[in-house]
Design a protein around this ligand. Structure first.
Ligand SMILES: [Zn+2]
Length: 305
């Protein structure tokens, strides 16, 4: 991936130099991923930006505190109007910059840039008393939505019950770039937010769907690239590895539950031991303990039904 990133930045030429300057000032780094799509790194979450003759589309906006820097970084890629925004889900680290970015944009009707998300997202934001300027008001409830912007088809796939109940994966078909939200991250174990409707099997389903879409190039750079919710740009092989890890740990915990083991006994048996050095965030979301507990509670609850 390092080669892909450096090649992309070199190809971006003038943009790269400008982006480097912006990065030094704000901590937001800009990478060309492929086709029309760029990655902004350095906010609380990864941000994808698609640019072209129709204007700018932004997927996720990071936290509130980096919103101005994110906007400045977007402006190094394009002076065109920010027309559309997509939220992969409602967590604040992905949507905290919604107000700033939206209000800097303009639709064809003269409104702030329209924010698209699954309908579960604004529902949760209302419950959390978030300001209305952060809410995605262009929502959908189907499994899939598609539209055309900057010369390529863009598909939004809803995957309920993985990371949250409102997760969508964004696929830029012409650029051949997937934006996974937090259904795929390269930094830690999966965060299964049960309070927000998440679950382990939904997680695996979302990753399997991304594998259906992603196609690797044979013996060369290229193929489908994946911008994760957090961490470095990946490809199909990275999604396979992540999916397999979750399936293996889930199956081990399922076997332990079948033997009647308690959560404490499962923890002591270390069902994720061979992955801990790679994925354990230490404590809190993404940690080994949180992951094991979420999977255990999800599966134990399923067994009761
Ligand atoms: Zn999240």
């Amino acid at each position: 991936m390092r080669t892909a990133i450096s090649r992309g930045v070199a190809a971006a030429g003038l943009f790269a130099a400008t982006a480097t300057l912006a990065a030094q000032e704000s901590g937001i780094e800009t990478f060309h991923v492929q086709g029309n799509v760029y990655l902004l790194a350095g906010a609380a979450s990864n941000i994808a930006v698609q640019v072209g003759p129709d204007g700018v589309l932004v997927v996720d906006t990071g936290g509130e505190d980096t919103a101005d820097a994110v906007l400045a970084a977007i402006r190094t890629l394009s002076d065109g109007p920010i027309r559309w925004m997509v939220n992969t889900h409602g967590h604040r680290d992905h949507t905290g910059g919604n107000t700033t970015v939206s209000q800097a944009g303009v639709t064809l009707n003269g409104n702030p840039a329209a924010i698209i998300a699954h309908e579960e997202v604004p529902t949760r934001m209302v419950l959390e008393d978030r300001p209305i300027t952060e809410w995605p008001l262009n929502t959908f409830f189907e499994d899939r939505r598609d539209f055309y912007f900057n010369g390529e088809a863009i598909f939004l796939y809803h995957h309920p019950g993985g990371h949250t109940d409102g997760d969508i994966v964004v696929y830029f078909r012409g650029s051949d770039v997937l934006v996974s939200g937090d259904l795929f991250i390269t930094t830690t174990y999966p965060v299964i937010d049960a309070d927000y409707g998440g679950g382990v099997d939904g997680f695996i389903g979302g990753l399997n769907n991304m594998l259906d879409i992603a196609v690797p190039a044979w013996l060369q750079d290229g193929g489908t690239y994946v911008i994760p919710g957090h961490g470095r740009i990946g490809d199909e092989a990275d999604i396979i590895e992540y999916r397999d890890m979750i399936v293996i740990v889930r199956d081990r915990i399922q076997d332990m539950i079948a033997k009647g083991m308690s959560l404490e006994e499962v923890r002591a048996a270390e069902p994720s031991l061979d992955y801990d050095t790679r994925y354990d965030a230490g404590d809190g979301p993404g940690s080994r303990d949180a992951f094991i507990e979420a999977v255990y509670r999800d599966l134990a609850q399923g067994g009761d039904q």
